[in-house]
Structures are given as structure tokens and as C-alpha cells.
Design a protein. Structure first.
Length: 152
């Protein structure tokens, strides 16, 4: 049962991330997200946008504490699901897509190429308006089709 809660939470986090990205990062808190789309003049590797990890880390940490102090096992499983999604986000978004650490520069995997393509399309918009592709792991099928067509 614990594994199913972890899995459901992980999958649900894609929806939470999509909503947060579209309506909060590109909405009320654009001031924190803007430097992710329009790079400042300095060569800093830290962005104001990086503060959004707290939006997901704080609930996960609170649920770990709830489990630890109250013994609620469901809180542990939800906390793990959120934390695992955060790890996936870091690996896919920061390391694979944005190459903050020079790993996984080339991939012929269709799914990984589609993720990178969708994110590139998202970043072509330099303002908070008219954006697209706000998710991370769920990629619109049109990018798979485009990439498959290019591979032929």
C-alpha cells in the first residue's frame, strides 16, 4: 500500500508542478521566475527561480516531521513521493535539460529528446505570457511525432 501512495503522489506532483509553473511562476511570482527565462548579465549559476524548490521541499519536510512525531505512515509515503519527484525534477530539469552539471549532453532516447524539445519551446517565450509546455515529465505527443519524423 505504501508503494501505491508514493507512486500516486509522484504522479500527482506532475500536476502540482504544472499548475505551479503556469499560474504561480508565470503569474504572481514571475519576479522570481523571470531570471530563468531571461538571463541576467552576471554569470551566476544561482537564479532567483531556484527558490521555488522550497515550494515543494517544505511540504515534504513537514510530512516527514509529521510521520516522525505522530507516527502517521501515510505522511511518510506522501513525503517520499514529493521528495522523489523533487529528485527527478533536479535530475531532469537542472542536470539534463539546462546542463548545470555537464552530464548527459547527448541522448538518442526519444522520450528524453521530447522532454528537451518541449522545454526549449517553453523557453522561447521570454515573457510570462503566451507560454506553453509547463509540465516536466509529461510531454505533448506532437514533440514525439516531430522528433520521430526528423529521425526518418
Amino acid at each position: 500500500m505504501g508503494f501505491l501512495i508514493i507512486l500516486a503522489t509522484f504522479i500527482g506532483m506532475e500536476g502540482v508542478a504544472w499548475f505551479t509553473h503556469k499560474y504561480i511562476m508565470h503569474g504572481l511570482l514571475w519576479v522570481l521566475h523571470e531570471d530563468h527565462h531571461v538571463k541576467p548579465d552576471d554569470d551566476s549559476i544561482i537564479e532567483k527561480n531556484d527558490s521555488f524548490f522550497l515550494v515543494f521541499a517544505i511540504p515534504s519536510m513537514a510530512l516527514f516531521a509529521l510521520w516522525n512525531f505522530a507516527g502517521l505512515h501515510w505522511a511518510l509515503y506522501v513525503a517520499l513521493g514529493i521528495a522523489l519527484y523533487g529528485l527527478a525534477y533536479f535530475l531532469v530539469h537542472d542536470i539534463f535539460i539546462h546542463q548545470r552539471i555537464g552530464l548527459f549532453k547527448r541522448s538518442n532516447n526519444l522520450y528524453l529528446r521530447a522532454i528537451r524539445k518541449a522545454h526549449k519551446i517553453h523557453h522561447k517565450h521570454l515573457t510570462r505570457f503566451n507560454g506553453e509546455c509547463f509540465g516536466m515529465l509529461l510531454v505533448p505527443f506532437k514533440y514525439f511525432k516531430e522528433l520521430r519524423k526528423l529521425s526518418q
